[in-house]
Design a protein around this ligand. Structure first.
Ligand code: PMP
Length: 357
């Protein structure tokens, strides 16, 4: 079966490349092959493209100075960078695995939580890391109240940047990724408030000596343009996502025994639903066979077999964790395809439940 762009509902895992972003990247796959660190004109072309991209990311994020933006290979790298260099401390139990697993390895503790809410921390700590939007449920938190309790406050903004309003004024570090905002995979950025940090990778002194290695010019160009476009179109994208979410919810209303996960304060781009008596992965497989892309949990944790650590941290019972499906919305899905998805989910869940009887 041919894959249809409008039947893609896994924008939380990755977004299609925006054609406007691709257009700007293309010369860097062709005639613009210079190393951005070289001083000849080939190199200077790359360097100025990188600096233009840095400015676009800084402006989209609301940073004071483009020098506060350091390019990385993505959010996993940015998260590991800060947790490894500045931990141990406290992290939220709802973090992406790249924070959670890194936190484990440095002896971080988890902030206590009750369902979808994060509790207080006592005392003062080297590091606190709290994401703004959860990648599995879309739940929104505010890292700012933790500011007085840490030397370093970090937030993983991967699912927030370009999607919901981000206020970085309380943060020392923030992580971004291009492929959640219609940019290319394998590139991201770290916001560094003070402009300097403990280096991640030593070598040729690129990125002010903080993150050495030949710059991924085409990727960085893509991240810059994707940041600019997603900032300009954020409200329109969010309104579209909100409508699609409503359509899916309306179209599964006839089904019994399902619940929305993540609480009341969620990103419009993510809908996490548990269907009792079925396994989320089976729904994903059946929906795939019918031409729809969904996730059970996050793409990064699929295959772990343990069920979502985030949903477990939210206190949900085993059946609810097992039956969870993430539907994530974006620009190229339509109300018609959202309605068709709702219908497919209804039929799939009904037939999977029948098979068990
Ligand atoms: N943090 C969050 C919240 C994410 O959703 C993701 C991507 N699934 C990551 C980090 C990892 O990002 P990347 O793919 O750029 O390494």
């Amino acid at each position: 079966m041919g894959r249809r762009l409008d039947q893609y509902f896994d924008y939380g895992a990755s977004t299609p490349l925006d054609p406007r972003v691709r257009e700007l990247m293309l010369p860097f796959f062709g005639e613009n092959y210079g190393n951005a660190s070289s001083i000849h004109s080939w190199g200077r072309t790359g360097r100025s493209a990188v600096e233009r991209a840095r400015m676009k990311v800084a402006t989209a994020l609301g940073a004071d100075d483009p020098a506060q933006i350091v390019f990385t290979s993505g959010a996993t790298e940015g998260n590991n960078w800060i947790i490894q260099r500045y931990g141990p401390g406290f992290v939220s139990p709802f973090e992406h695995s790249s924070v959670r697993e890194s936190a484990k390895s440095t002896g971080c503790q988890c902030i206590c939580c009750a369902e979808h809410s994060l509790g207080a921390v006592t005392g003062h700590h080297k590091l606190i890391s709290v994401m703004q939007v959860n990648n599995e449920t879309g739940t929104i938190w505010d890292p700012a109240p933790y500011r007085p309790f840490a030397d370093v406050l970090h937030s993983d903004l991967t699912q927030a940047f370009g999607k919901v309003e981000c206020d970085i004024s309380s943060l020392d570090f923030a992580t971004l990724s291009a492929h959640k905002i219609y940019g290319p995979q394998g590139v991201g950025a770290l916001y560094i408030k003070e402009g300097h940090a403990e280096p991640l990778i030593y070598g040729g002194d690129q990125e002010n000596g903080l993150r050495s290695g030949t710059l991924n010019v085409m990727g960085i160009v893509g991240l810059g343009e994707a940041s600019k476009i997603s900032a300009a179109e954020r409200l329109q994208d969010a309104a579209h996502a909100r409508e699609l979410k409503e359509v899916v919810l309306e179209s599964i209303r006839a089904l019994s025994d399902w619940e929305v996960n993540g609480g009341d304060h969620c990103s419009p781009f993510i809908l996490n639903v548990s269907f009792r008596g079925v396994v989320g992965e089976s729904i994903v497989v059946e929906a795939d066979a019918k031409g729809f892309a969904l996730s059970a949990g996050s793409a990064c944790s699929s295959g772990s077999g343990k069920g979502s650590a985030v949903l477990r941290a939210m206190g949900y019972d085993d059946e609810r964790v097992r039956g969870a499906v993430r539907i994530s919305f974006g620009r190229y899905a339509t109300q018609e395809s959202a309605r068709a998805l709702g219908l497919t989910l209804t039929e799939t869940v009904q037939s999977l439940r029948k098979m068990k009887c």
